[in-house]
Design a protein around this ligand. Sequence first.
Ligand SMILES: NC(=O)c1ccc[n+]([C@@H]2O[C@H](COP(=O)([O-])OP(=O)(O)OC[C@H]3O[C@@H](n4cnc5c(N)ncnc54)[C@H](O)[C@@H]3O)[C@@H](O)[C@H]2O)c1
Length: 341
Amino acid sequence: MLITGGAGFIGVNAAEHFIKKGWGVTIFDNFSRKGVELNIAFLEKNYPGKFTVTRGDVRTDSDALKTAADAHDVILHLAAQVAVTTSVKNPREDFGVNALGTFNVLEAIRESKRKPILLYASTNKVYGGLEGQKVIEEADHYRFANLQGGVTEEELLDFHSPYGCSKGAADQYVRDYARLYDLKTVVFRQSCIYGQHQFGIEDQGWVAWFLIAALLGRPIQIYGNGKQVRDLLFIDDLIHAYDAAIENISTAAGQIYNLGGGPNNALSLLQFFAFLKNDLGMTISSSFADWRPGDQPIFISDNSKAGNDLHWTAATEVHAGIRTLLQWLRDNKADIEKFYS
Ligand SMILES: NC(=O)c1ccc[n+]([C@@H]2O[C@H](COP(=O)([O-])OP(=O)(O)OC[C@H]3O[C@@H](n4cnc5c(N)ncnc54)[C@H](O)[C@@H]3O)[C@@H](O)[C@H]2O)c1
């Protein structure tokens, strides 16, 4: 398996999973995300000699991608510019990494003899602000008036923010290359993913970021009123979905799947803080600021299609998953303190 962006949060977890399954794993990454060396050090310590690392950039290293496409049966394409805020500040860079980078991966596969499977990590942000859906404001959260089961893949696309546009363009290219060139590509529109090895920052990875802020006594800003709801998907469950897509590739090829925690694993920020305080005895000092571009008041994924096609569920209960991440952060507090110093 080739994992672009394999040194990042999802990548290191995927690498560990597939190494444990006995697969040959190659990580392709430009190491632009701060802290990813820690993830590679973790793999080197625990799985020496079981994986290789190629330093490369999906924007410019087309030849390396072509060579890699002929050497692997599966490409998990995770390399990306991942923060909405950064995309607003530097839309050209965002476009280069997310849209052109994905196009380069697709072309490498199209021109290969081997035609590996491509799994693409898209985002629920392709559905934009969901302005067409009526939302009801409750005391500590928003809820959909009509979408009790969550958002399905039938929802209208409405790219918002450069990140939404670049990931959305890539999402549609990945889908169309299956249709047009008969490639085995699969798109996953992922909700918020959280779990071990997540070095969350204010701009991305908020569950880890809030827990780290609580652990280190750092203040945080809440953008919006805190009633925004997110369905949280634990990292192990996401990796199982990737695995399930490979196992069921004859069904999954050319398909798009929403993947999130679903209605049972959704929390507003205020509910998250209440859990931290009441169940975990942790408080964070916080202040409120304006909403950020493209922020959805609520997103909950309807996972039915992935459930039916891939025999997959979001198995980890959200509070249990948060406790697991918190324990990992505590176990790695020295690294965390160094990273956030
Ligand atoms: N984490 C989430 O909640 C979430 C939700 C939806 C979608 N996604 C998508 O999942 C993927 C992985 O996200 P993550 O949370 O692991 O992020 P991450 O930042 O931890 O990992 C991304 C990796 O890509 C690498 N990278 C960036 N630009 C590159 C380039 N030009 N060439 C090669 N490598 C490059 C970075 O160094 C990093 O290691 C991304 O595509 C992201 O858009 C993530």
